[in-house]
Design a binder for this molecule. Structure first.
Ligand SMILES: [Zn+2]
Ligand SMILES: [Zn+2]
Length: 354
């Protein structure tokens, strides 16, 4: 074991414990700890313990090893991996767009059955949430990877192009442990966004994997059918031999009659073998607070009017899409039902809200 991995191990253990709210005192062999009750429960240890590098054999009372392979380290790693770390950053812009919003909206959005204009605009702060999810697609083979999603926390709008553009933005990282905007009910809402969007984004991401499994299913199914066709032909030819007893002939005929069911069962197994199960879980998240411009827009729909709020996003230098009130997806194609629900092209056929 080299110095670096020793140091890394100690750093991990100490950061983990401090994050848990433990009182950590370093000494020559390891750490003296006072653990919060919850952490002690999770680790199945007393609240006051001593950690040492060497193994657990001939251990003194309340002294635990945190070396590689130790049960205590395994538990810490499990706990650390079970929580989604949230970092936070603030973006800074020297210049924010202050005019030309109508033109921008007209170039980005299509409105069906309505016209409108920006009535007023105001600089504001808004929060985006960037989430990295781990995914695992399991079939006869498996594929895993990471998926990045970014949403506006206020509106739920999905802004895929923001991930790349963020790299170049002027940002300051902050340790905001009190993520007020991501608690309680909001967490459930965000999980809904992730589930909906991850499914759609993943479809593109793993399209080659799906195609490959489909191809192999078709190939194996075709081979199977051919195998059964040949077998049936041979068995039928065998029936024509004159030296068969009546009993043997009946047995063979029964077997031939069973072949289609047998084939259907085998094809069913193949289908199960190549069907794809997908698991998605959040791995890390970053809250991004940024200056932005809120645009209050008045839409005239026939004789009625509706107020809409657009957000000018200085990272993408564009206006964020709006969210369909029917299904929640982000859209640049805006339509309304007769009760003025804002709808995407799919939902406008039959308003899910009305
Ligand atoms: Zn919709
Ligand atoms: Zn409606």
């Amino acid at each position: 074991m080299n110095f670096d991995s020793d140091q890394e191990l100690e750093d991990f253990v100490s950061k983990f414990l401090i994050n848990q709210g433990a009182v950590v005192e370093k000494n020559a062999q390891g750490f003296d700890l006072l653990l919060p009750e919850k952490t002690a429960d999770l680790l199945s240890t007393p609240e006051y313990i001593r950690l040492k590098r060497e193994s657990d054999q001939d251990r003194e009372e309340d002294t635990y090893s945190f070396n590689y392979g130790s049960p205590l380290l395994d538990k810490m790693v499990d706990i650390a991996c079970a929580t989604v770390p949230v970092t936070a950053c603030c973006l800074e812009f020297n210049y924010l767009k202050s005019q030309g919003f109508d033109k921008l909206i007209t170039s980005l959005f299509s409105f069906s059955g309505s016209v409108g204009r920006v009535e007023t605009h105001a600089e504001t702060l808004t929060d985006y949430l960037a989430i990295t999810c781990r995914y695992l697609a399991q079939s006869d083979e498996q594929k895993m990877g990471l998926l990045s999603l970014i949403f506006n926390l206020e509106t739920g709008a999905y802004i895929p192009e923001m991930s790349e553009l963020l790299v170049g933005a002027d940002k300051r990282f902050t340790a905001r442990r009190d993520n007020n905007s991501l608690t309680g009910k909001k967490v459930g809402t965000v999980i809904g966004w992730i589930e909906r969007q991850a499914r759609a984004s993943l479809k593109e991401e793993i399209a080659p994997f799906i195609a490959s499994m489909t191809r192999r299913f078709r190939r194996d199914a075709a081979n199977l059918e051919e195998y059964y066709r040949n077998m049936q032909r041979e068995m039928e030819q065998g029936l024509q031999r004159s030296n068969l007893s009546e009993q043997l002939r009946r047995d063979r005929q029964e077997k031939i009659a069973l072949l289609p069911d047998e084939l259907a069962g085998k094809k069913d197994d193949l289908y199960k073998k190549y069907s794809i199960k997908i698991k998605i879980e959040p791995a890390a998240a970053m809250m991004i607070r940024t200056p932005a411009v809120k645009l209050l827009y008045n839409a005239s729909i026939g004789k009625k009017e509706k107020r809409l709020t657009f957000i000018y996003n200085p990272v993408t230098k564009s206006v964020d899409p709006l969210c369909c009130e029917g299904c929640g997806i982000s859209t640049f194609q805006i339509a309304f039902c007769s009760s003025l629900h804002l709808l995407c092209p799919t939902c406008v056929k039959k308003c899910p809200v009305c």
